[in-house]
Design a binder for this molecule. Structure first.
Ligand code: SF4
Ligand code: F3S
Length: 107
């Protein structure tokens, strides 16, 4: 089992999650983070830390966002690791909760 970063992280990217991960299994793209499914130890520490409530256990992914399981696995192989919190984008709050952000995912 793994935890998965889902759509609401896109363009919010608060990065609070990376600070609590004991195995540093977050990977960073231009406007989104992903979790490496083979490295995640299923500790659940990151889930309550995300201000955007974008992190879910694999078996609790909201309906319609199932593709993020595959997206996390794919992009964790190509993006660089991130283990320290960064400042979020200036307009992060404006994007929090907006629907249809998947098409804005930058790879
Ligand atoms: Fe890291 Fe634990 Fe979150 Fe997995 S569940 S990404 S190991 S903090
Ligand atoms: Fe994204 Fe939430 Fe982490 S917005 S960067 S999953 S704290």
């Amino acid at each position: 089992m793994t935890f998965v970063v889902t759509e609401n992280c896109i363009k919010c990217k608060y990065t609070d999650c990376v600070e609590v991960c004991p195995v540093d299994c977050f990977y960073e793209g231009p406007n989104f983070l992903v979790i490496h499914p083979d490295e995640c130890i299923d500790c659940a520490l990151c889930e309550p830390e995300c201000p955007a409530e974008a992190i879910f256990a694999e078996d609790e992914i909201p309906e319609g966002q199932e593709q993020f399981l595959e997206i996390n696995a794919e992009l964790a192989e190509v993006w660089p690791n991130i283990s320290e919190k960064q400042d979020p984008p200036e307009d992060a709050e404006e994007w929090d909760g907006k629907p249809g952000k998947l098409e804005l995912l930058e790879r």
